[in-house]
Ligand binder design. Structure first.
Ligand code: SF4
Length: 235
């Protein structure tokens, strides 16, 4: 069984939209939002998937079989899937058979992860793109929790992975430089994205972030879901 974020009507959170972030921003896709996370970012915009001090787990999570989830995904004509969370790799054992079936059925699959859990070999074979978003100090997670060297090295060596960092202020840059240097990640495998949950903050922070990308050779990503829908859930 998979623990999936639960929609108000009680069904698993599966919806058709466009990817809002990263190298595939703008791609029409079906989203599957899994529950649970191994980190606790202070600015997390999906706390309803893991923060049981402030959210009711009974109301926010539904246990669903692979068949049920697959049926929900195949309801749409789209054959592109983004698995998001929470942190999907917390449930990688239950996830692998589902992704195998979808891959066999012709799906293109992207997985969003915080980059702290090493994915198994099987899962790597089914995933077309890894959107790896390691957390910096601004996330409020302690260093050892947010940085797993084995996972960093594995994703660095996968051609199917990009690293996407959320920056809040220019002061985050030395930490970003240090960590990408430590793991020898080339700038064109690094995407910078502003931390923002509303349009004004997003645009404000995008301006200085674009300047950093121009001078250092990193890629820039906006957050279309904030620009278009102000971060509303399930769109
Ligand atoms: S890793 Fe992602 S889902 Fe988990 S707390 Fe951080 S932002 Fe939220």
């Amino acid at each position: 069984m998979l623990k999936v974020s639960r929609q108000p009507d009680g069904r698993p959170e599966i919806f058709h939209s466009i990817q809002g972030e990263g190298v595939y921003a703008g791609k029409p896709t079906v989203f599957l939002r899994l529950a649970l996370c191994n980190l606790a970012c202070v600015w997390c915009d999906t706390k309803y998937t893991w923060d049981w001090e402030h959210h009711d787990q009974q109301r926010e999570v539904v246990a669903a079989s692979s068949d049920e989830v697959e049926e929900g995904i195949r309801r749409y004509v789209c054959r592109s899937l983004v698995v998001t969370g929470g942190e999907p790799l917390v449930q990688q054992r239950a996830l692998a058979p589902l992704l195998e079936r979808l891959k066999d059925g012709g799906f293109w699959i992207e997985v969003e992860t915080n980059g702290t859990i090493v994915p198994g070999k099987k899962l790597i074979d089914f995933v077309d793109h890894w959107s790896v978003s390691p957390k910096l100090e601004n996330s409020g997670n302690p260093g050892p929790a947010r940085e797993n060297p084995d996972a960093y090295r594995l994703f660095r060596d996968l051609t199917s992975a990009h690293f996407k960092y959320v920056l809040e202020k220019a002061d985050d840059l030395p930490e970003l430089r240090a960590v990408t240097h430590r793991y020898e990640i080339p700038p064109d495998k690094v995407i910078l994205m502003p931390q923002a949950q509303d349009r004004d903050t997003l645009l404000d922070r995008s301006r200085w972030l674009v300047d950093i990308c121009k001078s250092e050779g990193y890629l820039f990503s906006t957050r279309l879901q904030v620009l278009l829908w102000d971060n509303r859930r399930g769109v």
